[in-house]
Write a protein that binds this ligand. Structure first.
Ligand SMILES: [Zn+2]
Length: 387
């Protein structure tokens, strides 16, 4: 989302969407081949082990209407409000060929289909290629001389949804358990903040939540341009991956306030990585205020404890979010409410955020259930009675 408003934290609202795919009865996976065939064009070839009657994909704004073209004769794409369907009018098919052209839209509440880098590189969100219950083996091929970096495999659901694949001239930098791909136009202050806050917060979470990362982390930073007014800093956490996207004229020039905003975004996104760093269970599809409000609370604790942000600035942010939540009538049914009132709900529990989320991670792993309000209540009650 782009919001042309100064240093407003609203521009920092990231979104995390994990789609739970129903397990497929058969063990056979579809295969998806993604080939970059021209600077702005990708060919996607679906092949199914058994004939299917349709490919159902969660709608992503007008992405598929605008950027997808079905090449296979007889197949048609019908775009819907919630679901896009590719079919041959009921006739079974085993393969589908699609052409996808560059799309710069950033549909709300969805991962941006493409993140463009200033050097011509592109990151494509592979999750949008996989439908409900579709497990797939994805192969990638770039243009000649192009570097292609695949996102990590879906650790929790083999063949399940994956993050951003990179096609472009840049090479990733390897540092310990982290692989980083930074747009060359990234301002120095932002690059420094990302690396510094990232390292400090990761170290803090590892210790506080007593849990190392389950997998190597792949971080991408792309710059959308500095022409537009204001500042927009976006983050998205996918299994094993963090994708940041920055744009707007106010990205240029160092300022402690901007560093703090970005550090908070980093801490928020990293919190999701830890929320998902469990062997099973984890983030569910309902009640997004739990993982978003939880990430807000975990982030505020982390930036305060690591000294990245001052106590005053943490208090100011908390007060601003509380005011937002009050205006929304303490409801978590809106985009802003998920974050602001989600945070308020965790604060009101009167339980330390670290012991609470440590217990949540243990509970999700022990039961296999996703994080839930009931889980929070049980833990909070237990902690309360135990003194
Ligand atoms: Zn988030």
């Amino acid at each position: 989302m782009r919001r042309p408003i100064g240093l407003c934290i609203a521009a920092l609202m990231p979104f995390i969407a994990i789609t739970a795919h129903a397990a497929e009865p058969s063990g056979a996976m579809a295969s998806i081949e993604v080939r970059h065939v021209a600077p702005e064009t990708w060919r996607v070839e679906y092949r199914f082990p058994k004939a299917v009657k349709e490919i159902r994909l969660d709608a992503v704004g007008d992405f598929r209407q605008k950027a997808w073209r079905v090449r296979s004769p007889g197949l048609k794409l019908a775009a819907g409000e919630k679901v896009d369907v590719i079919s041959a009018g009921g006739k079974p098919f085993k393969a589908a060929s699609i052409e996808i052209t560059r799309y710069d839209g950033r549909p709300e509440k969805n991962y941006a289909p493409f993140n463009r880098f200033s050097d011509g590189g592109t990151a494509m969100y592979l999750g949008h290629l996989q439908g409900e219950a579709m497990r797939a083996d994805i192969r990638l091929a770039g243009l000649q001389q192009e570097n292609v970096i695949a996102p990590p495999q879906n650790r929790q659901k083999p063949g399940g949804e994956r993050g951003y694949a990179y096609f472009g001239p840049a090479q990733a930098v390897q540092a310990d358990a982290v692989q980083v791909l930074v747009d060359p136009k990234t301002p120095d202050w932002a690059r420094e903040t990302l690396l510094d806050a990232g390292a400090k917060v990761a170290q803090y979470y590892e210790k506080a939540y007593q849990r190392p990362l389950q997998e190597k982390l792949f971080i991408t930073v792309s710059i959308g341009g500095f022409e537009g007014p204001g500042i927009s800093m976006n983050g998205g956490a996918v299994l094993g991956q963090l994708a940041y996207h920055f744009s707007g004229a106010q990205m240029i020039g160092d300022h402690p306030k901007k560093r703090e905003m970005l550090a908070r975004l980093v801490a928020h996104e990293m919190a999701h990585i830890w929320q998902m760093s469990t062997t099973r269970g984890g983030v569910g599809e309902s009640d997004p205020w739990i993982h978003e409000g939880g990430a807000e609370a975990m982030a505020l604790d982390a930036v305060a404890q690591t000294g990245i942000a001052s106590a005053e600035s943490v208090a100011a942010y908390r007060a601003a979010q509380t005011a937002t939540c009050d205006k929304l009538g303490d409801k978590v049914d809106s985009y802003a409410g998920i974050y602001a009132c989600g945070l308020a709900r965790f604060e009101r529990l009167g339980v330390g955020i670290v012991p609470l989320w440590r217990a949540m991670m243990a509970a999700t792993e022990a039961t296999g259930d996703t994080y839930s309000e009931q889980m929070i209540r049980n833990i909070a009650a237990g902690t309360g009675s135990g003194g």
